[in-house]
Design a protein around this ligand. Structure first.
Ligand SMILES: [Zn+2]
Length: 307
């Protein structure tokens, strides 16, 4: 199939003129490896005008959006594709309110769909970061530089982040996770999910990392107010210097985290990491996202609100 490449909005609008264009695209991606009936397992089908498949044996019908995160999108696939395109290619995050105005959909509907997109953006955790890695924690409202200040019980929102650096100190990949406190147990989460055991990890001298160094290759160095963690700190504090080409990390994570509920913050981290970690493959980022939308099982409104 002819996958959509690039970030050009005019070309995108030309390619996806109707809902049918999007259904065709979805169906080609979804059944790329062939069709198999979900009911009886038969491999042969008829293709209907709307690109859904009808099983030749049991006549069960499967639409291109069924069993994907596009299932039952109320406002039409074309708008859904545009929202995906914007979320994949933007350098800032767009609010549900902005999306609702741009595409003429209800804000609540836009918010729900955008959460589904963030769900698709979640890391597979199959490619842990490796090589030169820095790990650090932060709170919204400022990095806690004083060790004594690293309160276990502070009400401030906390996160731990890990960054993989290139040999010349630039950010290659980035992950962040919400944590409830700075204990070793909480910090370990990001190691187990996102960091290779072979990685050469640097942290500051916080005691919470000590137990983790039994399983991971960790070097603890004085933070010196962040000067020893330049890439990570410039990334959190000043994305321009970190050469992230417009990723507004500070305004993004900090401001986002200040208004996003604790329950949803990891979805926003997913979105942020998805774009950073694919900044080398921007050309195929839209197709990549659609593939993930297809592979991810449908999630309900209740699951999104209740999580
Ligand atoms: Zn069948």
């Amino acid at each position: 199939m002819n996958i959509f490449k690039g970030q050009n909005l005019i070309e995108f609008a030309e390619r996806f003129k109707t809902d049918e264009d999007c259904k065709q695209y979805l169906s080609e991606l979804k059944w790329k490896k062939g069709y198999s009936c979900r009911k009886c397992g038969h491999k042969k089908c008829q293709i209907r005008k709307d690109f859904s498949r009808v099983c030749n044996i049991c006549s069960s019908i499967e639409s291109s959006g069924a069993h994907t995160l596009f299932h039952k999108v109320k406002f039409g696939l074309r708008k859904a594709f545009f929202i995906c395109f914007e979320m994949a290619t933007t350098t800032k995050s767009l609010s549900a309110l902005q999306m609702s105005v741009r595409y003429g959909v209800q804000e609540k509907t836009a918010r729900l769909f955008m959460h589904k997109v963030r769900e698709a953006m979640k890391s597979s955790e199959n490619n842990p970061i490796d090589g030169i890695v820095q790990v650090d924690e932060f709170v919204v409202g400022g990095h806690e530089t004083s060790k004594q200040g690293r309160s276990y019980h502070s009400k401030k929102k906390k996160a731990v982040c890990a960054v993989e650096l290139t040999n010349d100190g630039k950010v290659k990949r980035f992950y962040a996770l919400k944590i409830n406190d700075f204990s070793a147990k909480s910090l370990l989460k990001i190691f187990d999910k996102h960091i290779s055991k072979k990685a050469e990890i640097t942290t500051d001298q916080w005691k919470g990392y000590r137990p983790i160094s039994k399983d991971y290759n960790i070097k603890q160095i004085p933070s010196k107010n962040g000067t020893n963690f330049k890439a990570l700190h410039t990334m959190i504090a000043s994305p321009v210097r970190a050469k992230l080409s417009g990723h507004q990390v500070k305004s993004w994570i900090r401001t986002t985290y200040s208004w996003v509920s604790d329950a949803n913050i990891e979805r926003y981290f997913n979105e942020f990491s998805f774009r950073i970690n694919r900044s080398q493959s921007k050309n195929t980022i839209f197709n990549n996202l659609i593939k993930k939308m297809i592979q991810t099982n449908t999630i309900t409104h209740k699951q999104i609100i209740g999580s």
